[in-house]
Design a protein around this ligand. Structure first.
Ligand SMILES: Nc1ncnc2c1ncn2[C@@H]1O[C@H](COP(=O)(O)OP(=O)(O)O)[C@@H](O)[C@H]1O
Ligand SMILES: [Mg+2]
Length: 359
């Protein structure tokens, strides 16, 4: 799978851009505020239907315009799909091969994208929701039933919470337990299996990026380890009733990330956090490729500012051996060593205008 064509209209400062990316490596250069991050952001939007930066969709529409439009062609083996998104203040239209779709998960399946950017360390430093998204991205792409199971769980959860809030009797509150427990156990199993695989993969990559350090991901299921979810729900019914919502379950799960037994969330430097997040994403990419047999897109915003020269070199070397379509931004190409790549394309951005540089 790779992105073979991208057209961007009225997206941030990109008035009209058309590029045909390389299947392996794309380097996007330009001065500050040229529009490099915006270009990566447009690719991210095509996969997630949202931005990786702070702010709302309105910020993405070019000033004084009513809408933005993104069109991409995705090639997988001999198949080509076209994804088009148009967003105005009134509505969002998403089309895949001329057919309107409403589920964002269809985009993610068609165009799997992972991004590393200056705020990515929040995966470690911000709340557990970020880490749940991280593991669920991985589970979603390997377990086809995951999305439906997660939706079933959320539905049962909101029905139970409504019963708790309305002070219904025990029987009515527990009416949803069966659906809740059944789906919670499946989610728990999927996440646990995924993190086990990720841990193995991490030790393989960390030898090169964090030699002599031990990295460990410890999965927290969202309720105590020593008790079943059913027992926990029964035991805590009166507390849940007091609060008016279900306090434990997969919606509260988390990952404790440790580097040499120190919490990566609180006790390591920002520089180490950035390296560690890059490593987590690499391991995730590698698992994705192995399980799906597909290439994944990696957007790496401002790589030279994120990693020092030595780690940059190691990372580029590792990535060149993986099934990844890479988009990197940098002020200039001299900051990157891409000698391990068979093919590459360079793009230069100036005041929102993107030109392809011929080697
Ligand atoms: N909605 C918008 N309309 C027009 N310009 C915008 C909009 N949002 C952001 N910008 C501008 O786009 C420019 C490019 O930003 P960015 O992509 O972050 O640049 P780079 O990553 O190259 O430093 C900035 O000058 C920013 O102010
Ligand atoms: Mg930028």
């Amino acid at each position: 799978m790779s992105l073979s064509y991208l057209e961007v209209n009225h997206f941030r400062n990109l008035h009209q851009v058309v590029i045909e990316p390389d299947a392996e490596l794309n380097i996007i250069t330009g001065l500050n505020a040229a529009g490099k991050t915006s270009l990566l952001e447009s690719i991210f939007y095509l996969s997630y239907g949202r931005t990786f930066r702070q702010g709302q969709y309105k910020d993405l529409i070019m000033n004084d315009q009513d809408y933005f439009r993104l069109i991409s062609k995705v090639s997988h083996q001999h198949q080509k799909s076209t994804i088009g998104i148009q967003r105005s203040s009134k509505e969002q239209l998403i089309r895949v091969n001329q057919r309107t779709i409403t589920r964002l998960s269809d985009l993610s399946s068609l165009l799997p994208v992972i991004a590393l950017h200056p705020d990515s360390h929040q995966l470690l430093s911000a709340g557990p929701e970020n880490r749940r998204h991280f593991m669920d991205w991985g589970v979603f792409h390997v377990e086809h039933s995951f999305l439906q199971i997660w939706k079933n769980y959320r539905k049962a959860l909101s029905q139970r919470n409504a019963a708790l809030r309305c002070h219904h009797n025990d029987r009515l509150c527990n009416l949803w337990n069966h659906a809740l427990i059944e789906n919670a156990e499946l989610i728990d199993r999927f996440r646990n299996d995924y993190l086990n695989k990720l841990n193995e993969r991490l030790s393989f990559f960390s030898e090169r990026i964090f030699p002599d350090c031990k990295i460990n991901l410890e999965y927290k299921k969202g309720w105590p380890e020593d008790i079943s979810y059913q027992m926990h729900l029964e035991k805590h019914l009166s507390k849940d009733r007091e609060k008016g919502f279900t306090q434990c379950g997969p919606h509260r799960s988390d990952i404790k990330i440790k580097l040499d037994n120190k919490s990566a969330q609180t006790s390591i430097s920002r520089g180490q956090q950035k390296k560690l997040v890059a490593l987590l994403r690499l391991a995730q990419l590698d698992l994705f490729v192995e399980h799906t047999g597909r290439r994944c897109i990696l957007l790496y915003d401002d790589l030279p500012a994120e990693l020092d020269a030595n780690n940059r070199r190691i990372l580029m070397e590792i990535l060149s051996g993986m099934q990844v379509q890479l988009f990197i931004t940098a002020i200039e190409t001299s900051q990157l060593d891409y000698s391990g790549y068979q093919s590459a394309k360079m793009f230069h951005v100036e005041h929102g205008i993107v030109s392809t540089i011929n080697n």
